[in-house]
Write a protein that binds this ligand. Structure first.
Ligand code: GAR
Length: 222
């Protein structure tokens, strides 16, 4: 599968439930010249999501779709899908969208829906990733941008960023260090997808033109 290159920026929706700092990072990236995606819609399942204000200030159409107004998950997802289609959306970015999507919706957006997660997947799926990383005593932690699949926090990995765990880290300190990297790799992942540089085969992602390689990282430096 490959998302074909296009002359006009890919119409992208960002789905949020709260603060929306990753959405803001995507918006800022898409405001740059020659970025291959435009943020055409910010959708929240909560009317009080703080991120909605940022989107409005940046002139981006917003939509609140409360799951409480729908009988079940499938009805909510069908409405969500209808809105995305009506807006001509081509790519969906989940950005702190704290709601499980049905396999039906995920399949409809296969390889066109991406997510950012605050851990080095497949470690620490789910919630409270920073607390759990500290409890596990791992030396490195980080974040992942991946294609969305029906299972929570599953799916072909596009990009990851590694951050060290430092002595004395608290979950909040670690969360800030990881979030800074989320704001780097999420826009990069969207850029790669929208530019048609990603392909998925056997649930592995290939990146056209990737340079490869990384300086060896040993934490702590000794
Ligand atoms: C981010 O850290 C994101 O990785 C996480 O929620 C936070 C949302 O912050 N998402 C998940 O845990 C999804 N499994 P934001 O609203 O400021 O982008």
């Amino acid at each position: 599968m490959s998302f074909a290159p296009s002359d006009s920026p890919r119409r992208t929706a960002v789905l949020i439930s709260g603060r929306g700092s990753n959405m803001a990072a995507l918006v800022r990236a898409a405001e740059q010249d020659d970025f291959p995606a435009e943020i055409a819609l910010v959708l929240s399942n909560r009317a009080d999501a703080a991120g909605l204000d940022f989107a409005r200030e940046h002139g981006i159409p917003t939509l609140v779709l409360s799951h409480k107004d729908y009988a079940d998950r499938l009805a909510f997802d069908a409405a969500l899908d209808a809105h995305l289609k009506a807006e001509g959306i081509e790519i969906v970015c989940l950005a702190g969208f704290m709601r499980l999507l049905t396999p039906w919706l995920v399949e409809r957006w296969r390889n066109r829906m991406i997510n950012v997660h605050p851990s080095l997947l497949p470690s620490f799926k789910g919630l409270h990733t920073h607390e759990r990383a500290l409890e596990a005593g791992v030396r490195v932690h980080g974040c992942t941008v991946h294609f969305v699949r029906a299972e929570m926090d599953e799916g072909p990995i596009i990009l990851q960023a590694v951050v060290p765990i430092e002595p004395g880290d608290t979950p909040d300190v670690l969360a800030d260090r990881v979030l800074e990297q989320e704001h780097v790799i999420y826009p990069k992942g969207l850029e790669l997808l929208a530019a048609g540089r990603l392909s998925v085969a056997d649930e592995r992602v290939a990146i056209e033109g990737a340079k490869g390689g990384l300086a060896p990282l040993v934490v702590p430096a000794v």
